[in-house]
Design a protein around this ligand. Structure first.
Ligand SMILES: Nc1ncnc2c1ncn2[C@@H]1O[C@H](COP(=O)(O)O)[C@@H](OP(=O)(O)O)[C@H]1O
Length: 461
């Protein structure tokens, strides 16, 4: 182990090879091409009307024996409202996140090889880079192009104001260049790119369009273009997170983790070590050396993982996706828990006390960003705990995609009181009880929830 590890050695006994490789050809076949409008996207009443229209046409047409008509009706119901309900959204969202990961890799590479000139400060003083705005512009542009501007509502982290200021001209042109470099690759990802290069106003418009306020009704996308900006600028872990929320419920989640290592043990190693190893063993798509995109849709009971797409090839869906599943470990002594690297983001002393009460024996795995959710969904760790200081309000884009992927992979995600996270109240997870607990299994989850109160009483929080 290198001497400069940011966190302690990760010793969970199972291996990534436990995930099942499946022939996934029947899954998520896109039926409508990018650029066409999804007929029942949006309001539920439109869905019903469309379905009724098709069924009525079927009933009236031809001399079908009644049983055939019924069978056709059944098929229509299944394909329109059943497992394929979000196939188009999923197809576009995964490809858009794949593109965003590729963009981020390039920016991160140039960031760590240069000075800090590409890092800027938001009003809250957190570092924000060309990548944040470029990813937001790229994903916004792709979603709008694929579904039509009027059908797409996006709630995202970055605001357009700071990029529109007169003294941000240099930054804006770097963002425009990065976005164009990325969008020109769209056909390699199976998406349609722009007919001509985007100008500053197009890019600002795409970023500014992400001004949804969320809420309890209708559908909107929640986007964190670069989650874990600190990890990103340090050359470490970060994630691109995109979720679709309908009537306050997360229905689809995609999580891009460009630096997720092939060997899960490496999650705890310092990023410099990763870089040296990557240089010694060059990445190929087949080797699953580094990076993945995870995704799931609500109620499917399945979560999937693709390797990062190599831009010199054409992305062929489902891009070697494999099913992922949470860990079966339910013995606290064998379980690994993840938490944020930054103790200002989550109290390490509180989680240490809670871990002690629950009987967790391993050292915590400290990782930046929603990669922690990915680790639980992949079965590489069993528990994720986050207890922010009181007064901090968790944002929905930091949790939506990770939550649904863990749930569909068989895990449980709640607040520290055991209640579901509420995505219906706008930007923030309102009413959150103290913190967030995500577990691979219900038994571990229950045990932690039961111990929170005791730990809370003992703590100095
Ligand atoms: N004081 C605070 N307490 C808790 N979370 C915070 C925080 N300040 C920022 N965060 C959130 O924690 C995220 C980083 O997560 P982690 O600490 O797990 O790496 C940040 O994402 P961004 O970096 O995208 O802003 C931000 O959303």
């Amino acid at each position: 182990m290198p001497s400069n590890c940011t966190s302690l050695v990760f010793r969970a006994p199972h291996v990534l090879g436990q995930t099942r490789i499946t022939n996934n050809t029947n899954k998520l076949t896109p039926t409508i091409h990018v650029g066409t409008c999804f007929p029942w996207y949006g309001k539920k009443t439109h869905q019903k009307k469309k379905l009724f229209h098709i069924v009525s046409q079927l009933k009236c047409s031809q001399n079908y024996p009644s049983s055939s008509v019924m069978e056709d009706e059944r098929n229509l119901v299944v394909s329109s409202l059943g497992p394929d309900k979000y196939s188009k959204e999923l197809d576009v969202a995964v490809k858009a996140v794949q593109m965003a990961c590729s963009l981020c890799q390039k920016v991160q590479e140039s960031l760590i090889s240069k000075t800090n000139s590409q890092i800027h400060s938001k009003d809250d003083n957190s570092p924000v880079t060309v990548a944040d705005w470029s990813v937001q512009a790229t994903i916004s542009w792709i979603l709008s192009k694929s579904f039509g501007c009027r059908n797409v509502s996006i709630l995202a982290e970055e605001d357009v104001e700071s990029l529109s200021k007169p003294d941000s001209k240099g930054l804006l042109s770097a963002v425009v260049e990065t976005v164009n470099d990325c969008l020109v690759q769209a056909p390699h990802f199976g998406l349609k790119g722009p007919e001509k290069l985007l100008g500053s106003s197009d890019v600002l418009e795409a970023i500014g369009r992400c001004n949804s306020e969320g809420g309890p009704t209708g559908s909107f996308w929640a986007l964190d273009p670069v989650d874990g900006t600190l990890g990103f600028v340090r050359g470490d872990q970060y994630a691109v997170a995109l979720a679709l929320i309908e009537d306050g419920e997360v229905v689809l989640g995609v999580l891009g983790c460009p630096n997720y290592p092939k060997k899960k043990e490496w999650l705890s190693y310092h990023h410099r070590y990763h870089r040296i190893i990557s240089k010694l063993t060059p990445t190929t798509s087949e080797s699953w050396d580094k990076g993945c995109v995870l995704y799931a849709t609500k109620g499917s009971g399945k979560a999937w993982m693709q390797p990062l797409h190599q831009t010199n090839k054409l992305l062929a869906w489902p891009n070697s996706a494999i099913l992922i599943r949470v860990s079966a470990i339910d013995d606290p002594a064998l379980a690994t828990f993840c938490e944020p690297v930054e103790k200002s983001n989550s109290s390490h002393s509180f989680t240490a006390g809670l871990a002690h009460i629950v009987g967790l024996r391993k050292q915590p795995l400290r990782v930046y960003s929603m990669v922690k959710y990915a680790a639980i969904a992949r079965g590489d760790a069993e528990i994720f705990m986050k207890f922010a200081r009181s007064g901090y309000k968790e944002k929905i884009w930091d949790h939506a995609a990770g939550m649904i992927i863990i749930q569909e992979a068989g895990g449980v995600v709640t607040d520290a009181g055991g209640s579901p996270l509420d995505f219906s109240k706008g930007t923030f997870l309102e009413g959150l009880d103290r913190g967030i607990i995500a577990c691979g299994g219900a038994k571990l989850h229950e045990r932690i929830i039961k111990s929170v109160d005791a730990s809370w009483k003992c703590s100095s929080l």
